[in-house]
Design a protein around this ligand. Structure first.
Ligand SMILES: [Zn+2]
Ligand SMILES: [Zn+2]
Length: 116
């Protein structure tokens, strides 16, 4: 790993460490529950169990969007980790909406081809 990457990683860890849960809005649990009522399935695979509500722009990037429904997406735990965070909770995927649409289209196509 280059020295440059080491420094970038150190900064990423620092920003993740600045993510104290106590600064989360007290309204988040209610907003989350309401969002899940309107979006009760994983946007990638359609599963309706083990659901997480993911922030497209993460809380530590823009806390003002924490309760904004247009910034939320329902993902199952598996797809949350994979598509939302690239298999690292310290990372996030700025293209999560494009990627979930792409993966959903692939899954739909395979399902259709199997039925033909
Ligand atoms: Zn899923
Ligand atoms: Zn997330």
């Amino acid at each position: 790993m280059s020295r440059c990457c080491g420094i970038a990683l150190a900064l990423a860890f620092a920003s993740a460490a600045l993510l104290p849960s106590e600064t989360r809005s007290p309204h988040w649990p209610a907003v989350r529950a309401e969002y899940l009522r309107g979006h009760p399935r994983c946007d990638v695979c359609g599963k309706n169990q083990d659901l997480n509500v993911h922030h497209v722009i993460p809380f530590h990037k823009d806390a003002a969007l924490e309760l904004d429904q247009s910034n939320l997406i329902t993902l199952c735990r598996h797809d949350h980790f994979l598509v939302g965070h690239g298999r690292s909770w310290r990372a996030w995927n700025p293209k999560v909406r494009q990627d979930e649409a792409t993966i959903r289209a692939i899954l739909d196509r395979i399902r259709r081809e199997r039925e033909e």
